[in-house]
Design a protein around this ligand. Structure first.
Ligand code: PLP
Length: 220
């Protein structure tokens, strides 16, 4: 089942769009099933769970951290991820940079945007992020590479609203590049989950994060 879903999604994803298989709350055996079908990028949202999976799973897996990252957990995570997708404050960004420098590694990150109508979603408002780049505050980073943006659409059946949210995310990246045309490798637009990823791809996603459609329901 899992392998079949992985193959199906890969066969319909346009070239240039990557799949992050969101394995949070699913056992290592499920990850191995997806791995067997060729999947290499996996997403986790809790540091402890990621640490446990890293220990027992193949070393060529690219782990993406996609959850809200508490500052007291940053040190444990540094060096284990290929991408931290969920940088939602300057304080967190600065800490990731400091801990990466200390560990002698470069950490790839995405800046998380808040565009959904729910109050509970973490992230920067588009204008805040534009200001960050206009002020060229990324230039003081020593060991962190900002590779793009990540975001979630509103949790609604109104597909017009969902499309609008994805458009805002994708357009924010474009506007940032206009403000700072010398930014290198600012290419990733991570958006789209099980229920809305085809709309996200339409609106310019380069990385979809799919959990439930691959692994089934999560049991929290
Ligand atoms: C859990 C999660 C996903 C996957 O959601 P599904 O609806 O299960 O596909 C994607 N992105 C983030 C940030 C998540 O926390």
């Amino acid at each position: 089942m899992i392998a079949e879903e992985i193959r199906k999604i890969h066969s319909i994803l346009p070239s240039g769009v990557e799949l992050c298989a969101v394995s949070k709350f699913h056992p290592a055996a499920s990850v191995m099933e997806a791995y067997g079908a060729g999947q290499r990028i996996f997403g986790e949202s809790r540091v402890q769970e990621l640490l446990e999976k890293v220990k027992v799973l193949p070393s060529d897996i690219k782990w993406h951290f996609i959850g809200h990252l508490q500052t007291n957990k940053v040190r444990q995570l540094i060096g284990l991820t290929s991408l931290i997708e969920s940088v939602d404050s300057i304080r967190l960004l600065d800490l990731i940079d400091k801990e990466s420098e200390r560990a002698g590694v470069v950490t790839n990150v995405l800046m998380q945007l808040h565009v959904a109508k729910e109050e509970t979603k973490f992230g920067f408002y588009p204008e805040e992020l534009l200001e960050f780049f206009a002020q060229r505050r990324f230039e003081c980073l020593k060991s962190t590479h900002i590779c793009g943006v990540m975001g979630m659409a509103s949790n609604t059946d109104d597909m017009n609203r969902v499309r609008e949210d994805f458009h805002t995310i994708s357009n924010t990246r474009r506007r940032i590049l206009e403000l700072a045309p010398d930014l290198r490798g600012f290419d990733i637009v991570s958006m789209g989950m099980s229920g809305d990823w085809t709309v996200a791809v339409d609106e310019g996603s380069t990385l979809v994060r799919i959990g439930t459609a691959i692994f089934g329901e999560r049991h929290y």
